[in-house]
Write a protein that binds this ligand. Structure first.
Ligand code: FAD
Length: 437
């Protein structure tokens, strides 16, 4: 492979949202930047598959009012899409009822008793004002059970937490970031026209216009270092790319594998402390939706969630409605059972949906997050790998409190900011040295 420039300021491994964000901020700052992605398409888990004119997201679905939205706005991306209505339903003992997600629904829901409603209302009113930092060392379970007594109100709260964080680990998950995520969820989310691939394509075009070089379909097999400093990237076909800084925007286990002697670095701790969260997802494009009034369903006694994305975004060139159904998985995974559970939810909400099916995508085991902020973490990952100057990590698992794609963008910006401030310091030292001489 021929690479026009051999020595880059910044080489980025991985072309998901984190890698692309890093590439854009690096190039905006005038850095010679290259991004290497092993797959043919950029986007990673933010890809969208187009099937018979219908757009199915691979991973990312809802854009919260967090770092990613702020970053995309800062990058002046067009962000075409819409906000789904907040009205929702809850699934409890096979029945669909109004989910308390606002004042009106709290008054009308049959899920809670009067006492439960009062308690839920009290908690709901307080939610927006909670100083989340005070809860970083408390588990979600300790926080929920210390604040809410009514058993049904607790079930509902756990269901809201699961659906806004994609994490099912109440005894391990730190409450602070979760409360922050619930506060964000209160502001609503955004679904993207033509899926998240539209964001990726715009990021790619912007980055290319700023001079970022892309290499796709090329797996990085090593990030080499010498005397405590990063030197170069080695690709599967033997290509070597020299770079002063490398951002590994890939999962923790992959970063660990690529770096020689990684066992002597923080990469080992970050890999070992990581707790993965996965889902099974079924997306269906329906020519007609049997039950027009039900768009969002939270499983309360089942770990499932349904959302009609077409209520807010253009996801079918054929006029169909695209509905996403998710099952949050624990340690036990059974693809056949998971599919049955997802189809059963569709049967309950949209009886007869099979007759309207235009296309579908079933993904039995998707990693939503390689890690999240939990109480067993020994060390906060990134942005630097302290033992190797010039080596950085980014990605959804490099969270300093953010979640999901917000962690991907925030960690990428932290890595680039560190490189820029480091370069400034180095330049200053050189300048001062020259002045003295
Ligand atoms: C089912 C599902 C639903 C989700 N829903 C939401 C949601 O509603 N809201 C939200 O905010 N987030 C959601 N997410 C999470 C979101 O998709 C991710 O947080 C985000 O896309 C992660 O981006 P990333 O860049 O960190 O990682 P990735 O997208 O995984 O990117 C890493 C990239 O690195 C590449 N790579 C790996 N190893 C190498 C190598 N050796 N050489 C070269 N390239 C390599 C991979 O091919 C990949 O493209 C969801 C995820 C899933 C799976």
């Amino acid at each position: 492979m021929t690479i026009p420039t051999t020595n880059f300021d910044i080489a980025i491994v991985g072309g998901g949202v984190a890698g692309l964000t890093a590439a854009l901020y690096a190039a905006q700052a005038g850095k010679r930047t290259i991004l290497i992605e092993k797959q043919e398409r950029l986007g990673g888990r933010a890809m969208t598959n187009k099937k018979q004119g219908h757009y199915f997201n691979l991973g990312g679905h809802a854009l919260f009012h967090g770092d990613a939205l702020a970053t995309f706005r800062d990058l002046k991306l067009s962000l075409k899409g819409g906000k789904p209505a907040i009205e929702a339903h809850g699934l409890w003992k096979g029945q669909i009822s109004t989910m308390p997600v606002g004042v009106k629904s709290l008054l009308t829901t049959s899920l809670l008793t009067v006492k439960g409603k009062m308690e839920f209302a009290k908690w709901f009113t307080k939610l927006g004002k909670i100083q989340t930092d005070n809860y970083n060392h408390l588990s979600v379970r300790e926080w929920v059970e210390g604040n809410v007594n009514d058993p049904m109100a607790r079930h509902i709260l756990y269901s809201l937490i699961r659906s806004s964080t994609y994490v099912m680990a109440p005894d391990l998950q730190a409450a602070g970031p979760v409360i922050q995520q619930l506060q964000r969820a209160l502001n609503g989310v955004m679904y993207m026209d033509r899926g998240w691939a539209s964001i990726i394509e715009e990021m790619r075009q912007r980055a290319a216009a700023l001079g970022v070089q892309f290499i796709a379909k090329q797996k990085v097999v090593a990030i080499e270092h010498q005397e405590g400093r990063v030197q170069q990237i080695r690709c599967e076909d033997g290509t070597v790319i020299e770079a002063n800084n490398v951002i590994a925007a890939i999962p923790p286990a992959a970063a660990y594998q690529l770096v020689p002697q990684a066992e002597a670095t923080a990469l080992r701790i970050w890999k070992e402390q990581a707790i993965e969260m996965t889902t099974a997802t079924l997306d269906v494009a329906l020519r007609k939706v049997p039950q027009q009034k039900i768009n969002i369903v939270y499983g309360i006694d089942q770990t499932v969630f349904l959302s009609n994305h077409s209520q807010a975004a253009h996801l079918s060139d054929e006029g169909a409605q695209v509905i996403s159904v998710i099952k949050y998985q624990g340690k036990e995974k059974d693809a056949d059972q998971d599919l049955r559970d997802l189809e059963q939810l569709l049967d309950t909400v949209h009886p007869g949906w099979r007759n309207e099916l235009a296309a579908k995508q079933f993904l039995p085991n998707m990693t939503v997050s390689h890690d999240f902020v939990h109480l067993q973490r020994q060390s906060k990952p990134g942005p630097v790998v302290p033992e190797i100057t010039g080596l950085y990590v980014a990605g959804e698992w490099v969270s300093h409190g953010e979640m999901l794609v917000d962690a991907a963008t925030a960690s990428a910006k932290r890595a680039v900011a560190h490189i820029l401030s480091h370069t400034e310091t180095e330049n200053k030292v050189i300048h001062e040295h020259r002045s003295i001489v």
